[in-house]
Design a protein around this ligand. Structure first.
Ligand SMILES: C[S@@+](CC[C@H](N)C(=O)[O-])C[C@H]1O[C@@H](n2cnc3c(N)ncnc32)[C@H](O)[C@@H]1O
Ligand SMILES: Nc1nc2[nH]cc(C(=O)O)c2c(=O)[nH]1
Ligand code: SF4
Ligand SMILES: [Mg+2]
Length: 208
């Protein structure tokens, strides 16, 4: 059984694939925050910008990988090109398994994943983005890109080993201090250029 908050068609807003059409499949639930505001301040991850609780109007419960893969297929609106799905959440690696990845591959999709890196990724993922969190176990130390939300007390870019990743991003924390966080990230990337700036383009242009 897969529990999905929402499935929607948009453009990837972050990282190397920013601007690419993708179906987003947002799984419900996370291991670093309950998703309830009353728990935020006492959680490991406190800055989350996402509602991943329960099953939304564009989500559902899916009994098998084929049923979820079919629903993702129905959301793809591209003509030509390679269909792309991004599994996110919440924490997708609590639910994503090799059967679901295989079902998407059978339907012609490339599979991207956004994970907090606390769980080992299953085989078969085509694009893996790892975003480690201060105070959380960091298990998945290789992938295609690392995307560090900046700044995080206790997880300075200087102390992060990026050698397992082809691309390294600093993404300004979106909170009440976003403008200052962005200026600080720009300054950091100019001083340490193996880090590059990732802006959340979907928020800038007002798409989902
Ligand atoms: C909502 S998370 C879901 C996937 C996974 N749980 C993770 O943390 O990577 C998707 C992406 O948004 C980033 N993110 C979450 N809250 C953010 C915020 N307030 N500002 C900037 N990026 C944020 C995460 O670090 C992650 O890269
Ligand atoms: N457009 C768009 N791009 C994204 N890239 C990562 C996202 C996420 O929440 O994982 C996200 C998202 O929520 N929307
Ligand atoms: S780990 Fe990801 S989904 Fe979970 S609370 Fe943090 S940013 Fe949100
Ligand atoms: Mg998001």
């Amino acid at each position: 059984m897969y529990t999905v908050k929402e499935i929607f068609y948009t453009l990837q807003g972050e990282g190397v694939h920013a601007g690419r059409a993708a179906v987003f499949c947002r799984f419900a639930g996370c291991n670093l925050w309950s998703g309830r505001e009353v728990d935020r301040a006492k959680s490991i991850c406190r800055f989350c910008d996402t509602d991943f609780v329960g099953v939304g109007p564009d989500g559902g419960r899916f009994a098998c990988s084929a049923a979820l893969a079919d629903q993702i297929c129905r959301q793809w609106q591209g003509l030509g090109g390679t269909p792309y799905v991004v599994f996110t959440g919440g924490e997708p690696l609590l639910q994503l398994d090799e059967a679901l990845i295989a079902a998407l591959h059978e339907r012609g999709f490339e599979v991207g994943v956004e994970t907090n890196g606390t769980l080992a990724a299953p085989d078969g993922i085509d694009w893996l983005c790892v975003s480690p969190k201060a105070g959380a176990d960091w298990v998945q130390r290789h992938g295609d890109e690392i995307k560090l939300v900046y700044p995080q007390t206790g997880l300075l870019p200087h102390d992060v080993d990026t050698t397992g990743f082809a691309h390294a991003w600093l993404q300004p924390m979106d909170d009440c201090a976003r403008a200052g966080n962005t200026a600080a990230a720009i300054d950091y990337c100019m001083r340490a250029p193996h880090w590059r700036l990732s802006l959340q383009g979907h928020k800038l242009v007002g798409i989902r």
